[in-house]
Design a protein around this ligand. Structure first.
Ligand SMILES: Cc1cc2nc3c(=O)[nH]c(=O)nc-3n(C[C@H](O)[C@H](O)[C@H](O)COP(=O)(O)OP(=O)(O)OC[C@H]3O[C@@H](n4cnc5c(N)ncnc54)[C@H](O)[C@@H]3O)c2cc1C
Length: 356
């Protein structure tokens, strides 16, 4: 095996696709039973079509050249975030009020959602080169044989080179990296995993009825349980959907998931009328319950967008044979889709330049 990529999120799959395209033999090892990492969709149970994003939604190709290039390379189209009409503002005065809220310049959605990128990358890499339910526990130098990648099953895979595409805090706390100096492990522990302590709620409807009332589908709320809500209707207007970020703490969510759902439905119906309280489906994806993504460090500290991390996260290790490639390690837009694409591509190209 030329290269093992650990983690099948966007960074790992981007790295694997670049390596595969360059003719390297690549094996992606993913701990979860599915690929995509923080990119996940609610899917139609019959067609398996992605109908709503449970992880990221937006890209800013106007300001993100790497994302713009990869969207084109992967044949992914974008469309405007719907924002016509009034938002509902709650908790900013004695009573809720309606007013337009401007959107962010350059912010767009991907047709089919970011999972379209994951699906296309996985097709290009080839199913046979991606293993799921394969958690890695250790990456160590095996001398002239190469790098030994230990799986939790006890299996050991030897590779010439390895890319670690796992959230840095997760890698620092769950993987044994005997070659990593304590200062490197400390740096990794200091890098928050963007959005890992958050939960996202998606409600599906048969039509976007809020638009008929001149509402944009946006809520900005200081009371919650959703702090902000956006229209999440598909590019072809199906399905009609709203999504929101949950303001309850991870602990509150864990203690009362059903109470959270009831509170979300009450909030939606207060803001958009009774019909909003009766969606076809309400799904809450709680990322703080996913130990492959989140650590106690993320839930015990206020959520912070990662700053650009130290250069040591982009250094080669073990004579250039091991590199990190996860969004938070990127010099460009760390924590974002742009960062994942940039670091995945960079790590693969730099690894290809290193002689075994
Ligand atoms: C709710 C939410 C909303 C977001 N919104 C946006 C947005 O609108 N725009 C934007 O640009 N970004 C957004 N983001 C961030 C974006 O999702 C991430 O930047 C991107 O998906 C990170 O990809 P990654 O591959 O670097 O990491 P990840 O997606 O975290 O992938 C890491 C992978 O490593 C795997 N793994 C962990 N441990 C092991 C192990 N021991 N062995 C093998 N595999 C392991 C994990 O299961 C996972 O698949 C959002 C994220 C969330 C959660």
């Amino acid at each position: 095996m030329d290269v093992v990529v650990i983690g099948a999120g966007l960074s790992g799959l981007t790295a694997a696709a670049v390596l595969h395209e360059a003719g390297a033999s690549v094996q992606v090892l993913e701990a979860d039973c599915r690929i995509g990492g923080r990119i996940r969709a609610l899917r139609d149970p019959t067609s398996n079509r992605a109908v709503a994003d449970l992880g990221p939604t937006w890209v800013w190709p106007k300001y993100q050249p790497v994302a713009a290039r990869w969207l084109e390379k992967l044949g992914a189209a974008t469309f405007e975030q719907f924002n016509e009409g009034d938002a509902v503002l709650v908790g900013f005065g004695p009573a809720p009020r309606r007013q337009p809220l401007s959107g962010q310049d350059g912010m767009v959605r991907i047709v089919g959602g970011p999972t379209a990128l994951i699906d296309t990358l996985a097709r290009r890499i080839g199913a046979a080169n991606i293993r799921t339910s394969a958690p890695v526990t250790q990456v160590s130098d095996d001398g002239p044989k190469g790098i030994a990648v230990h799986l939790s099953s006890g299996e050991i895979i030897t590779a010439q080179k390895v890319i670690i595409s796992v959230p840095l805090r997760v890698a620092a706390t769950t993987m044994h990296l005997p070659w990593a100096a304590p200062t490197l492990i400390e740096t990794m522990r200091g890098m928050p995993t963007w959005m890992s302590s958050h939960a996202k709620a998606v409600a599906l409807y048969d039509r976007p009825f809020w638009r008929d009332a001149g509402l944009s589908g946006r809520i900005a709320s200081r009371i919650g349980p959703l702090t902000e809500v956006h229209d999440h209707t598909g590019a072809d207007n199906t399905p009609a959907a709203l999504f929101g970020f949950v303001g309850w703490s991870a602990e509150q969510r864990r203690l009362d998931p059903e109470g959270l759902k009831r509170a979300i439905l009450d909030q939606l119906s207060d803001c958009f009328g009774k019909a909003a309280g009766h969606p076809l489906e309400l799904k809450v994806e709680d990322w703080a319950m996913n130990p492959r993504i989140v650590t106690d460090l993320d839930t015990s500290q206020p959520a912070a967008h990662p700053d650009v991390g130290p250069a040591s996260l982009r250094h080669p290790y073990l004579d250039g044979r091991v590199r990190f490639a996860v969004s938070e390690a990127s010099e460009r837009s760390p924590g974002l889709i742009e960062g994942a694409l940039a670091i995945g591509e960079r790590a693969a190209l730099e690894l290809l330049e290193t002689n075994p």
